[in-house]
Design a protein around this ligand. Structure first.
Ligand code: GLU
Length: 434
């Protein structure tokens, strides 16, 4: 017999208060919504989800094939070979003194970020705009989230003065700050001098920095530098295969800790052992090949960066020509256009928020982008994130296969190889003025 009082309860009250009313992540939702519209026969330009357009490099795919038979659970902290390869990768790139013991492997850096916030008892500090999932993760766990708003004048970057001011408000409070560069959503990154200055403030206030460098290898000049160089004892580097290796769906993330934070790594591993147990075995074996690098991988990265640089710059120029304020990208595959110059025109069309702007743009012009409000910006600021990934990455890099290092990709390349992106940008420029 069913209990009648049970059946009259609204399901909502059985949901943890921190999660009640929560919607699926903006990036995941826009992708599923765009796919649904496409399946219904609509012509949709997918500049919503930030998914790499490039194929996984061939040697890494071959390694996955060769390891398909790996069926055992691996150690919770990760395959030793892979932990060593990741440590070696950071030693090569950043000159850090880490070893495999400092590395934690997870099923995507997103999951590792969640576990870090669960384990570390402190506030979350994030310069905004910031990726859509940092703050919701903190909310699920019940951590305080403190956004430090940045502005277009400072290229949407955090200044050391802002950070110092923020920390001085409540000195000595335990805090994790997530610093993401090259940035999702702006495509901008910090210079070594800027990183050094931020590191100095972070050290003064004993912050833990989670340095989200998932787009590091996609720095358009191949010149990414980690803040860990300047604050080695307080920085955890977050990386993974999703962006530079085109393997988002493989779900492989890495955290590299300083020796001083080994207690945090160990505590996270305990949670991991009670939740996901260990990361997919074949994927970890394949990832060893990716992190070991070598000429073939370098060539793949060089080609990817060239394409992203050419396309990102073309878009920024085109949007700026149309008076949609957009900073040129320095890394990754995002831009953060600001439609404020059209505020009055848009208001006449009933558009007052970035969410309304993106909804109408999708409905009327078929272009999917995400509102600035999903990235921690004020609702009525007319900013948005555009992921310039709707093109055939395999075809685009194939063109560069036998080209010399000084090859310049011009407008012709963009028109020939990225027609969806070109059409989408033209559609945005026309739509905003309509
Ligand atoms: N990082 C990607 C984005 O910002 C997608 C992956 C995700 O959000 O989980 O679009």
């Amino acid at each position: 017999m069913t209990d009648s009082s049970e059946s009259t309860r609204t399901p909502d009250v059985h949901i943890n208060l921190n999660i009640r009313g929560m919607k699926p992540s903006a990036t995941v939702s826009i992708n599923e919504h765009s796919n649904k519209l496409l399946a219904e026969g609509r012509n949709i330009y997918k500049l919503g989800l930030g998914q790499s357009p490039f194929p996984v490099p061939e040697p890494v795919v071959d390694e996955l094939k060769a390891n398909a038979y790996q069926k055992d659970y691996l150690p919770v902290k990760g395959l030793k070979l892979l932990r060593d390869a990741v440590a070696d990768y950071h030693r090569r790139g950043e000159g850090l003194g880490c070893t495999g013991d400092d590395v934690l492997i997870g099923p995507g850096s997103k999951e590792l970020m969640f576990i870090l916030q669960l384990v570390y008892y402190g506030d979350l500090v994030i310069p905004a705009p910031a990726w859509v999932s940092y703050a919701p993760q903190a909310k699920i766990i019940g951590r305080n989230v403190n956004f430090i708003p940045t502005d277009a004048e400072h290229d949407w970057m955090l200044t050391p003065e802002q950070l110092d001011e923020h920390c001085n408000e409540d000195e000595g409070r335990p805090r994790v700050m997530i610093l993401n560069y090259p940035s999702n959503p702006t495509g901008r990154t910090y210079t070594p001098t800027e990183l050094e200055a931020i590191a100095k403030v972070a050290k003064k206030h004993k912050l833990v920095i989670l340095s989200d460098e998932i787009y590091g290898e996609l720095h358009h000049e191949g010149a990414h530098v980690s803040i860990a160089r300047y604050y080695p004892k307080g920085t955890i580097i977050s990386a993974g295969l999703s962006k530079w290796c085109g393997a988002g769906g493989w779900r492989l993330g890495t955290f590299t800790f300083p020796r001083e934070l080994r207690w945090l790594l160990d505590a996270m591993a305990s949670v991991a052992s009670e939740t996901y147990t260990s990361t997919s075995a074949p994927i970890q074996y394949a990832a060893v090949r990716a992190f070991r690098g070598g000429p073939e991988i370098e060539r793949y990265l060089w080609r990817s960066r060239k394409v992203l640089h050419a396309l990102g710059n073309w878009i920024a120029d085109k949007l700026n020509d149309a008076a949609i304020r957009t900073l040129k990208p320095q890394g990754g595959f995002y831009l953060f256009p600001d439609f404020t110059p059209f505020a009055e025109l848009l208001e006449d069309r009933g558009i007052k928020t970035s969410a309304q702007l993106c909804n109408k743009l999708l409905e009327e012009a078929g272009v999917a982008i995400l509102p600035g409000s999903d990235f921690g910006r004020p609702k009525d600021e007319l900013t948005a994130r555009l992921a310039y990934v709707d093109f055939d990455g395999a075809r685009a890099i194939a063109l560069l296969e036998n080209q010399g290092d000084d090859t310049e990709l011009g407008d012709d390349f963009v028109f020939t190889h990225c027609p969806n992106v070109v059409n989408a940008i033209n559609a945005i420029c026309e739509w905003v003025k309509a």
